[in-house]
Design a protein. Structure first.
Lengths: 432, 432
């Protein structure tokens, strides 16, 4: 049965070979989408197709960029150093910016001789030099903004941790942080790829009738959650300590693309100036909920500061938290974070921190472990809901927090025909 | 082509083909979208629905509204057309493709647009947005009166409404001024300078100061009585000047009908009135009588009615002589010369009330009606042009509340001194 999923895509992928700086656009047949639906499933297919070239695949789902709520997902898939496939979710506008650039999937193979970055700006893919991309992530972002004629909407950046070869280097979405705990940043560093920037100029025609559907689902979600800044930490069971810190530093709620949950918070704090004279206002986005929880368990008083420092250096906060001591002074903790970012400390094989179960490893270890209690459909467990989200192109955190939203609610954005819905549900259930 | 025709055509200008439309009267309730930055989560739903209307697909680059994220401050900002009262884009467009129509909406006529992009440079808000690939210019047309961005904004950060329809304060102020004039000039003969009704006596504070200086005697009851007006000003600002002063009413009437030619520079200092006050008090001390009271236009107009009043030709000549200043600027006397206003200004400076302009819904450079209507000329046009909320010097404000009355967006408000000056105000911010 043709599920007509190709209409949600550009039916095109880009093959980027960093070793000879070549870019090739390859059309994707519609049966690929019928067979694999999209997102992490097609990513996995492409990983196996290009195995042997150490590929990194960026992909989108059929609902990415659509009127479905929280449709901002891009999935980055790669084979980690432990030889396991990892699918790392990237939210904010990553997915729509990739899809609206005219390609649904980007396969990156080979290794560049010199540091490079991949620019997908105004629907044109090019590889350019990234020699000048140095310093903290904030500094790198400024360099990116200043050097080009256009500002990218999304800048996926690796930091000092990746450059120094740390196995816990992550690929961060600008200054927001990352759900990458599977060393995607380190894998990019292996390819000499420092950044991926996106700014789309195109679009996809989605069914206009789904605008109202999306709006009513959004309304339902908003009515369910009043204090949205605590939702994820509450559901993760991080305790009152984490809640107190958020309450103390909370400034504003932020949302990813078309997400009614707005679970991200901007936390503001005062940081002493160098030399000890006065302080200045600083802020950090609470996007990496697992990282925040891990740091909060170790450093409850200065969690936002530590989180900011980790993000700025492209270091996984969960890994950093393992090395921090609650009794250590803030200065010493900072020195330790800088050491971690600057030195090759292989922590592979070290014990996983509490709260990160093995089941999440396949999704990059960064998705919060929230059991979707009360989910009333086939997708009623953590794995199933995350798999569904990662295949369709919906934020997995949204899916875990909003157990009221059943699989059918989302599949209705794909098709209104009952037989299509049943076929899709069956396919996704098997794949999850 | 004949030589004559050639010459004729070479003299033709764009004005001959499409003349600039005549300035139209604003609709009573101008339609407007109010953006509330504190509510915006940056989800981009507005961009989705807007682009879907513009180009029938979800393509944020083709949207007429743009959401920007200030990552370093954790804030979001929306760029959208404010439908200026006097649109700069309209004047700048070299092919007259932009019109402001009777409904108050500024529209681009696509058939005339040559996509030169000059409108984006002319607009202080950069509201006309250029599609990066096609170069087409998009500008908000308020969806012809039912803007989808406001309709589908999940956080109600975009709110569409028609400006307020009726300013009621002027219907209150004019009768109050007229009644005050009747009372002080015609009914209670000889008042204001020293009004006595039974045991209540209310002398003019400037007169009292001169009296003390000339007689070298301090009569506490007289001072106490003079303080009534001072206390009234401390509580409500210079409400006497705006609502009660008979000469002020006279000037308002004259000012309504007289053209304005401007004043010489040497007269345009608000410090002159303090100099006149000091001169009046000093002169009284030296001369032994109250010199200013003999020429005071307020006193003169109060004394002008009644038996013999009209015959005081020399004294009455003061009134039209001072009123001719209205040919320069509105309320020129009150702005620069009135020593009674100077005394009250000192009390108003530390008073309880203030007027704030520039709340979230203020359209600043696109409107500036408050600056146009203010009779004292104290609303800073330059600040409004730069998109900054202007500070109102309360010592100069006569509390006529014309700005509050006139503002179509209800963003001029009366506040207590200790209240937040501009609720939720976010300074202009640029992405790069």
């Amino acid at each position: 049965m043709d599920l007509q999923l190709a209409r949600f895509f550009n039916s095109k992928m880009a093959l980027v070979d960093l070793s000879d700086s070549s870019v090739e656009y390859i059309p994707l047949p519609s049966d690929v989408f019928t067979e694999h639906i999209g997102g992490m499933n097609i990513n996995a297919m492409l990983l196996s197709e290009y195995s042997g070239t150490e590929p990194i695949v960026l992909g989108t789902g059929p609902l990415t960029g659509s009127f479905a709520p929280a449709s901002g997902l891009m999935v980055a898939s790669f084979v980690s150093k432990e030889n396991a496939i990892s699918h790392v979710p990237f939210m904010l506008n990553s997915g729509p910016q990739l899809k609206f650039s005219g390609v649904d999937f980007v396969v990156i193979i080979g290794r560049a001789e010199k540091p490079v970055m991949l620019e997908l700006i105004d629907n044109t893919l090019r590889i350019s030099s990234a020699d000048n991309l140095t310093g903290t992530l904030a500094e790198r972002e400024k360099i990116l903004m200043s050097q080009g004629k256009v500002c990218p909407e999304i800048a996926l950046l690796t930091g000092q941790a990746a450059e120094s070869g740390s196995p816990h280097a992550c690929l961060s979405i600008g200054l927001w942080g990352s759900l990458d705990k599977a060393s995607l940043g380190a894998s990019l560093a292996d390819k000499n790829l420092k950044a991926i920037t996106l700014k789309a100029a195109g679009g996809i025609a989605f069914d206009e009738a789904t605008i109202e559907m999306g709006s009513s689902l959004a309304k339902k979600v908003r009515e369910s959650f009043r204090k949205r800044q605590y939702v994820v930490q509450d559901k993760m069971g991080s305790g009152e300590g984490a809640k107190k810190i958020i309450k103390k530093h909370f400034k504003k709620s932020h949302a990813c693309y078309h997400c009614p949950l707005a679970c991200m918070s901007y936390l503001e704090y005062r940081q002493p100036k160098a030399g000890g004279r006065g302080s200045r206002r600083q802020g950090v986005f609470l996007f990496d909920h697992a990282g925040f929880a891990a740091l909060n368990a170790k450093r409850p008083t200065d969690t936002p500061f530590m989180l900011k420092e980790c993000i700025d250096r492209g270091l996984d906060p969960v890994a950093a938290a393992r090395y921090l001591d609650p009794k250590m002074s803030a200065e010493k903790s900072l020195v330790r974070i800088l050491d971690l970012a600057a030195n090759q400390q292989d922590m592979a094989g070290s014990k996983q921190p509490e709260g990160i179960p093995a089941k999440s490893a396949v999704f990059g270890d960064g998705i919060p472990t929230i059991e979707p209690t009360g989910a009333a459909d086939d997708f009623d467990t953590w794995e199933k809901r995350v798999s569904l989200a990662m295949a369709l192109g919906i934020c997995p955190i949204f899916m875990l927090c909003c157990a009221d939203i059943v699989g059918r609610d989302l599949l209705a954005f794909v098709s209104s025909q009952e037989e299509h819905l049943e076929a899709l549900q069956e396919k996704l259930s098997i794949q999850s | 082509m004949q030589e004559g025709a050639k010459e004729y055509y070479s003299q033709l200008t764009l004005d001959d083909i499409r003349p600039l439309p005549e300035k139209q009267k604003l609709p009573r309730r101008p339609p407007v979208i109010v953006f509330n930055p504190s509510r915006c989560s940056g989800c981009g739903t507005c961009e989705m629905v807007c682009s879907n209307r513009n180009v029938n697909m979800v393509a944020p680059a083709s949207s007429s509204v743009k959401v920007l994220r200030a990552e370093d401050r954790g804030r979001n900002f929306a760029i959208l057309c404010l439908h200026c009262r006097e649109p700069l884009c309209m004047e700048a467009c070299p092919v007259r493709a932009i019109d402001k129509e009777e409904d108050g909406i500024v529209r681009i006529r696509n058939i005339f647009c040559v996509e030169c992009g000059i409108c984006t440079l002319a607009c202080p808000e950069s509201a006309p947005l250029i599609e990066p690939v096609s170069g087409k210019v998009h500008k908000c047309d308020l969806c012809d009166g039912d803007p989808l961005c406001a309709k589908y904004c999940p956080e109600d950060a975009l709110h569409f409404y028609h400006g307020k329809s009726l300013g009621w304060i002027k219907f209150l102020r004019w009768p109050v001024q007229a009644i005050s004039f009747l009372l002080l000039v015609m009914i209670l003969v000889g008042t204001f300078c020293y009004f006595t009704a039974g045991v209540v006596s209310l002398p003019c504070p400037t007169g009292t100061l001169q009296n003390i200086a000339s007689t070298k005697t301090l009569v506490l009851t007289g001072v106490g009585a003079a303080m009534v007006l001072i206390v009234l000003t401390f509580l409500f600002g210079r409400i006497f000047c705006g609502w009660i002063c008979p000469f002020g009413f006279f000037l308002d009437l004259v000012g309504t009908f007289t053209p304005k030619f401007g004043l010489p520079k040497f007269l345009k200092s608000r410090m002159i009135k303090y100099g006149i006050l000091a001169g009046a008090v000093g002169g009284a001390a030296g001369l032994g009588f109250q010199p200013f009271c003999t020429v005071c236009p307020i006193g003169s107009i109060c004394r002008s009615y009644g038996p013999g009043g009209v015959f005081k030709g020399a004294e009455l000549a003061i009134v039209p002589a001072v009123a001719t200043l209205e040919l320069g600027q509105r309320r020129s006397w009150c702005r620069y010369l009135c020593p009674v206003g100077a005394v009250l200004a000192l009390a108003a400076k530390i008073g309880l009330m203030k007027i704030v302009i520039g709340a979230q819904q203020c359209k600043k450079f696109s409107c500036m009606q408050c600056a146009d209507i203010c009779p004292m000329g104290i609303i800073d046009r330059e600040a409004l042009r730069e998109g900054i909320a202007p500070a109102i010097p309360m010592d100069e404000c006569i509390m006529c509340m014309r700005c509050v009355d006139k503002c179509p967006y209800s963003s001029a408000k009366i506040r207590f001194r200790w209240q937040k000056t501009i609720p939720g105000e976010v300074k202009a911010w640029t992405y790069s």
